[in-house]
Ligand binder design. Structure first.
Ligand code: USQ
Length: 383
């Protein structure tokens, strides 16, 4: 199948591109290095330096013989993106091309505007490129579980049936995000839903929880193929941060009371989910929403897991609750339906002690690269 990965340089985009190429698909990656540039501007560089996309593709081809096409350009530039779609005629597009950091989007006006403009314009342009040049192309859009927020009722898989004054209808499940970044994803969903109703395009919106890990079959072929693994407060997700903190001998930074509960998944499972979504595309005129995670933990539970495994490996891991830099519920109800991907065939890789130990071993090998100054939170919500 001909497939475009937008945001192909990212933590998820690069491993997805290699996986799809290894599965025999004809893959094109598109990226404008937005995340790399922001990471450099905010002193949030990844644990290991990553070769640029063209170089990584060359290394991957040399090792595996699989080819990936590269286009460096900005999805917010419609003349660029429509040329890419018109020329390549993809059957599916995986849209990861967004500014992915909640803390970055909360630094101030400039960062919020950059996040807002990039994320909304990229989605808008992808929709129009599909409508105009390949209307049958399946858009697989990376959303986030954070779109739903933490309501005091069960979270359904995308939709909610409501009975009002004796009549019933089905609506998008109410969204109430906790950062500007997460809010751009809410707006993306609404845009997609509008164009699905209007033009009958086919869309899958993957509502993903925080991802962890740095190992996939293809990544493991060569150290230089590792995805960008961040551990700072801006681009690092909580599990990846805790792993690095444990190795660095810094106390694990639990924000506030640590009862914040989310649905997590292994990087390997993100690849599976995207592949499953692509293999069974949404119907024309369908916005299919799938909740994408495999298990639920509170921040305290995660910290305790990493501490226990780390201590067994002789790391002397401490946990320290610090003032929460974010505005979020620290104790809350959390019950989420997530049947769709399991029904499509997802085989979860759970966060076992063995998986945590293997991730710690990988981080230990890069210990010399850890910059301890990147660990404490620098961005405060609504200061
Ligand atoms: N947290 C800590 N200590 C830390 C870092 C985070 O207690 O050192 C807490 C946060 O306050 C939050 C939870 O851990 O309650 C998750 O934080 P995170 O930084 O791992 O995740 P988040 O900012 O929500 O964003 C990440 C990705 C984003 C994706 C999202 C999925 O960066 O792209 O959309 O996870 S979700 O969280 O389900 O919205």
């Amino acid at each position: 199948m001909r497939v475009i990965i937008l945001g192909g340089d990212g933590y998820l985009g690069w491993p997805t591109a290699m996986r799809f190429a290894a599965l025999g698909h004809e893959v094109m990656v598109v990226d404008n290095y937005l995340r790399r540039n922001i990471a450099q501007e905010t002193c949030s560089e990844a644990l290991m330096p990553n070769p640029n996309l063209t170089e990584r593709v060359r290394i991957f081809e040399e090792i595996s013989r699989y080819k990936i096409r590269v286009e460096i350009g900005d999805c917010c530039d419609f003349s660029f993106i429509e040329k890419v779609f018109a020329g390549f005629q993809p059957k599916a597009v995986v849209h990861y091309a967004e500014q992915p950091s909640a803390p970055y989007s909360m630094i101030g006006y400039t960062e919020a505007l950059k996040t807002f403009n990039n994320n909304l314009n990229a989605t808008f342009n992808v929709i129009w490129a599909v409508i105009q040049h390949c209307p049958n192309c399946h858009i697989i859009k990376l959303g986030t579980m954070g779109e739903y927020g933490t309501p005091n009722i069960d979270i359904e898989e995308g939709w909610l049936e409501i009975e009002h004054k004796g009549r019933k209808d089905k609506f998008l499940y109410p969204r109430q995000a906790g950062s500007l970044y997460h809010t751009t994803k809410v707006l993306d969903t609404d845009l997609l839903w509008f164009y699905v109703r209007l033009y009958g395009i086919r869309v899958t919106d993957l509502m993903q929880g925080p991802v962890y890990g740095l190992s996939t079959t293809e990544v493991n072929l060569d150290e230089r193929l590792m995805p960008n693994f961040h551990y700072d407060d801006i681009f690092g997700t909580v599990v990846n941060r805790f792993l690095v903190q444990a190795v660095a001998g810094a106390p694990l930074t639990v924000y506030g009371r640590g009862g914040q509960t989310r649905g997590y998944l292994n990087l390997e499972d993100t690849l599976q989910c995207v592949e499953l979504a692509m293999d069974s595309p949404a119907e024309a005129g369908q916005l299919r929403i799938l909740n994408q995670f495999t298990e639920v933990f509170s921040v305290n539970e995660l910290a305790e897991k990493v501490q226990m495994v780390g201590n067994r490996m002789g790391l002397k891991v401490q946990i320290k609750a610090i003032d929460n830099p974010r505005k979020e519920k620290e104790e809350h109800y959390y019950s989420v339906k997530h049947h769709g991907l399991l029904e499509l065939g997802l085989q979860p890789h759970f966060m076992t002690d063995d998986i945590i130990a293997k991730m710690l071993e990988k981080v230990i090998r890069c210990k010399r690269n850890i910059d301890i100054r990147k660990i404490m939170p620098r961005v405060v919500w609504n200061k």
